[in-house]
Design a protein around this ligand. Structure first.
Ligand code: AKG
Ligand code: FE2
Length: 371
């Protein structure tokens, strides 16, 4: 990791007040990362983590080591970046058609139902490795480059790395660093920091959409970290088939597991299905800003069950491999690339995106989208 001499700067950002509505919140556990370095702490966390995944692949992480001003600074940068005029963002448009999500995704490029387009804009900043060092970014991002770099690396080194060790222990792998060795910061993978903004919608649009802004999906990589923002809209599909709201918990990061871990454990670690809906009435007039870190396993990894895991062996989950139509294991990088491309493909569907169900990602392997 390169040491930068430039000090990270702090920018103020004031979050909106929380909703006062009584929503049906999901009951999620919190992993307290301050336990990690204590004797027996990792094992305790792995045990707690196992309980979390029996329910849904969503949990909170507290005492994560980032201070509130580091997180506020990222929200301030997300706001400034996404508030730039369209002409200042257009040069950085992501090459989505080629399966590359880095850069700017404009709002309104997908039709959700006939006549109603998506309402979210994204700016994705890939991890800080040589492969991406010549990538162009808007001036606001360039100006704060070292602050963003320090944040991104701190998330990876201080939080993601610990979670990856906890997962290895939970699977009883001999090598605690099994996942770490496949998530090396310097290696090629689609890890990125995401600034995201959902524009408020009219009541009429919400009614036509049945309130669904981003329909039920799983994430493509290994895990997703959502930094706290108070606008309620994220929902998770519970075991009983109902949608529960995910509460933005004070000082905690919300984490969900994603496709790569699901494939590599045959669903023992669940790639949780979640969606984004219209916020409650008292938050309906807020543009919802998000700061998210997407973790992805190294591109070259085969997405097949980990045969060395005694837990997976005991549960009989090591035998069955998901293979593509040619009988080959799916590579992590290709999975992500094809999912980004297929996400766009839904735009041309005559029926509109909200009615899609099964989508083939690589030959012979499909995923489901939920209403
Ligand atoms: O905005 C959110 O809370 C979740 C976003 C999301 O699910 C995604 O970007 O994959
Ligand atoms: Fe997601």
């Amino acid at each position: 990791m390169s040491i930068t001499a430039t000090e990270a700067i702090s920018l103020p950002y004031v979050q909106a007040p929380e909703t006062s509505e009584n929503l049906e919140w999901a009951d999620l556990i919190t992993l307290d990362l301050s336990k990690f370095d204590r004797p027996g702490g990792k094992q305790e966390l792995a045990h707690e983590f196992q309980r979390a995944i029996e329910e849904v692949g969503f949990f909170y992480v507290s005492n994560h080591g980032l201070n509130p001003s580091e997180i506020s600074t990222q929200f301030a940068l997300a706001k400034s970046t996404l508030s730039l005029p369209t002409s200042s963002k257009t040069p950085y448009r992501a090459a989505l058609e080629a399966g590359d999500y880095n850069g700017w995704k404009p709002a309104g490029i997908r039709e959700l139902i006939p006549g109603v387009k998506d309402n979210f804009e994204i700016y994705n900043i890939p991890k800080f490795i040589d492969e991406h060092k010549d990538r162009a970014h808007p001036e606001i991002v360039r100006e704060h480059w070292s602050t963003i770099e320090q944040f991104s690396k701190k998330v990876h080194d201080g939080i993601v790395s610990k979670l990856l060790v906890i997962f290895a222990i939970a699977l009883e792998l001999d090598d605690e660093e099994w996942f770490l060795k496949r998530h090396r910061y310097e290696s090629q993978s689609g890890d990125h920091l995401r600034y995201m903004k959902y524009y408020q919608r009219t009541e009429d649009e919400n009614r036509r959409l049945g309130g669904v802004w981003l329909k039920g999906h799983s994430d493509m990589g290994s895990l997703t970290l959502l930094f706290r923002q108070p606008v309620a809209a994220l929902q998770v599909l519970a075991k009983d088939g109902s949608w529960k709201w995910v509460r933005p918990q004070t000082d905690a990061i919300t984490v969900n597991l994603a496709d790569a871990l699901h494939f590599m454990t045959n669903g023992y670690l669940k790639s949780s299905i979640h969606r984004v809906v219209a916020p409650p009435k008292d938050q309906a007039n807020i543009d919802r800003l998000g700061v998210i870190y997407m973790v992805r396993i190294e591109d070259d990894t085969d997405l097949v069950p980990i045969e060395d895991s005694p837990v997976l062996q005991r549960l009989g989950l090591t035998g069955e491999k998901v293979l593509d139509g040619d009988g080959n294991a799916v590579k992590a990088g290709e999975w992500v690339r094809q999912r980004v491309i297929k996400n766009l493909g839904a735009t041309s569907s005559a029926k509109g995106d909200n009615e899609e169900t099964d989508v083939e990602i690589v030959k012979g392997v499909s995923i489901k989208y939920y209403e």
